[in-house]
Design a protein around this ligand. Structure first.
Ligand SMILES: [Zn+2]
Length: 151
């Protein structure tokens, strides 16, 4: 039962989140709360309905309002970012795919921002690459485009 990293459930919804590096948490929480970030392992609660963002096993807990950006997987996320490094929303990706015929992450980012930056470690709330969420948005755009062509 003992794994390398002990799983810690969210103090509110009791579901186990994903581990996130302290560096990422420090970048994400609002300035006035940075001092509350401890050296303990941090977890990000992935429950759509739960108010919690980061938490630790030692009682530290941040709500989704305590961080600088909306978490895309929480309900009512506004805007819903597909790429946190370039501030691109799911809506913009869907538009680029469905209406401008783009289908590649880099092309979409460049078409919107002029250049592509990769800063997932400090800009994405998970500290991981934005690629997965971005791909899902591309897929949604493709679905809309394909349906449109069939009419
Ligand atoms: Zn939770």
């Amino acid at each position: 039962m003992d794994k390398k990293k002990k799983e810690v459930p969210c103090p509110i919804c009791d579901k186990t989140g994903v581990p996130v590096e302290t560096l990422t948490v420090e970048q994400m929480v609002k300035e006035e709360l940075v001092d509350k970030v401890s050296v303990d392992d941090h977890w990000l609660c992935m429950s759509e309905e739960c108010e919690v963002s980061y938490y630790t096993g030692s009682g530290t807990k941040f709500n989704k309002e305590d961080i600088k950006v909306p978490l895309w997987f929480k309900k009512d996320a506004d805007p819903k970012y597909a790429c946190y490094c370039n501030n691109i929303t799911e809506e913009q990706v869907i538009d680029a795919v469905a209406n401008k015929g783009l289908g590649n992450m880099r092309d979409i980012i460049v078409s919107i921002n002029g250049k592509a930056r990769i800063r997932c470690k400090t800009n994405n709330p998970t500290g991981k690459r934005c690629t997965k969420v971005f791909s899902e948005a591309i897929k949604k755009g493709m679905d809309i485009k394909n349906k449109g062509e069939r009419i």
